[in-house]
Ligand binder design. Structure first.
Ligand SMILES: [Zn+2]
Length: 115
C-alpha cells in the first residue's frame, strides 16, 4: 500500500531484467547466460564489462533496464513465449477485477428485475 513507502514490492526486490536494444534479447539474472559462462543468479550489474549480448554481440551499454517484470507472478519462463499477458500492471489487474465485479453486479440487478 502507498502508506508504507519503505517497503519494496516483489518486483523491486528482484534483480532487474535487461533488454538488448539491438535485438530484443532479455538478460534474466535468474537464468544467467549459459553461452557466456554466466551462472544463474548473476545480476546484470555484476556481469563482466567484457560481456556481450549472446545473440547479436553488442556490449552491455546497449542494454536497457526493463525491470523484474516476472517477479510478482513468477511466470518467468512464459516471458519468452509471448508479449503482454504476464506484464499486466497492478492497475490493469485491478481494472479486470473491477470489471468482473461490475458485470456480476449488473447480472444480480437483472435477476432482481425479473422477480
Ligand atoms: Zn542483442
Amino acid at each position: 500500500m502507498s502508506d508504507r513507502p519503505k517497503e519494496l514490492t516483489l518486483a523491486e526486490q528482484a534483480p532487474a531484467n535487461h533488454e538488448c536494444r539491438a535485438c530484443g534479447y532479455v538478460y534474466e539474472p535468474k537464468k544467467g547466460d549459459g553461452k557466456g559462462n554466466i551462472p544463474s543468479g548473476t545480476p546484470f550489474e555484476e556481469l563482466p564489462v567484457s560481456w556481450r549480448c549472446p545473440v547479436c554481440g553488442v556490449p552491455k551499454s546497449q542494454f536497457v533496464n526493463v525491470g523484474a517484470v516476472d517477479a510478482p507472478s513468477g511466470f518467468a519462463d512464459n516471458l519468452n513465449y509471448g508479449f503482454g499477458v504476464n506484464r499486466l500492471t497492478p492497475g490493469q489487474k485491478n481494472l479486470l477485477i473491477f470489471g468482473a465485479l461490475a458485470l456480476a453486479f449488473l447480472f444480480f440487478l437483472s435477476l432482481y428485475g425479473l422477480s
